[in-house]
Design a protein around this ligand. Sequence first.
Ligand code: ASP
Length: 348
Amino acid sequence: MRKLLILFSLFFLTKAWTQPAKDTLRSKFVLVIHGGAGTILKSQMTPEKEKAYNEALNTALNIGYAILKKGGTALDAVEACVRSMEDNPLFNAGKGAVFTNEGKNELDAAIMNGRTLAAGSVAGVTTIKNPVSAARAVMEKSPHVMMVGPGAEKFAGQQGLEIVDPFYFFTESRWNGLQRARKEDSLKAEMDHSDTAKRTWLKQKENKDFKYGTVGAVALDRHGNLAAATSTGGMTNKKFGRVGDAPIIGAGTYANNKTAAISGTGWGEYFIRLVMAKSISDMMEFGKIKLRAAADEMIMKRLPALGGDGGLIAVDKDGNIAMPFCTEGMYRGYIRENGKAVINIYKQ
Ligand code: ASP
């Protein structure tokens, strides 16, 4: 009898050791999203347009909230949020992406898992309806981190993702944006130094609204894990083959459970040169600087000092958030466990 008892206790003890401790769901969770930073001025916005942006951001936040509330992963939440904004022509990602100089839509996207540091991205794709899901497929279904162009498209098709005709991405407003940018370029090229009218027009147009509109999401889930995702059409009038910061892990997208999940938007070349997202993570990990201070240092000081502009959203492992930007505005919002979506567009 005693032997039997010992055997039983041994059995249960081994079971307890070998099985992972049951993941108790925390009550705290948070999701932050952006729909791009740029020259977004209240004076240039119609009430209808503002309402449409608010609704789109609210929809994305609620999609992610539903996932996080029931204990879903940060990874699922950020992917779903970004997909919803990719499908909305208001944003420069998926449907609604800006045009390259050649009149094409070349899309970039990335996703990162803060728990494992696994990451996936695609760049320069023209036929994948939801590039963020292709990025996730690269992360989970391939041994790679980054795939580009036709190879990435072939892979996405093999993974059963929706492939569309490139014309799917056409929108009139983005096409008009390209024409304005082309005009700006030709004026620049032929500019006579004494031509003040042209100068003024150019000054007004430079880096204006038709250049930005990337989307991104970062989340802390109820398991305590972080994730980040970003998707974009890049910058209007970009050269063929140009890749921005969004799909570059550590530049426009980064997540690490030790520090924070970060998604950027703005002038990609500068985000790449500053290794924006990873720099913030490193300042937190090695410099013991808090998220808000690290994000402000990069976005409000180092980015403009180098000549760039933009913003980012971030959430740290404790659920603190940061949403700095050095442009006129940034479409942004967050939602916590209380389910109250907070959305802002302009400077506070
Ligand atoms: N960062 C994006 C890029 O450079 C553009 C943007 O965020 O608006 O591709």
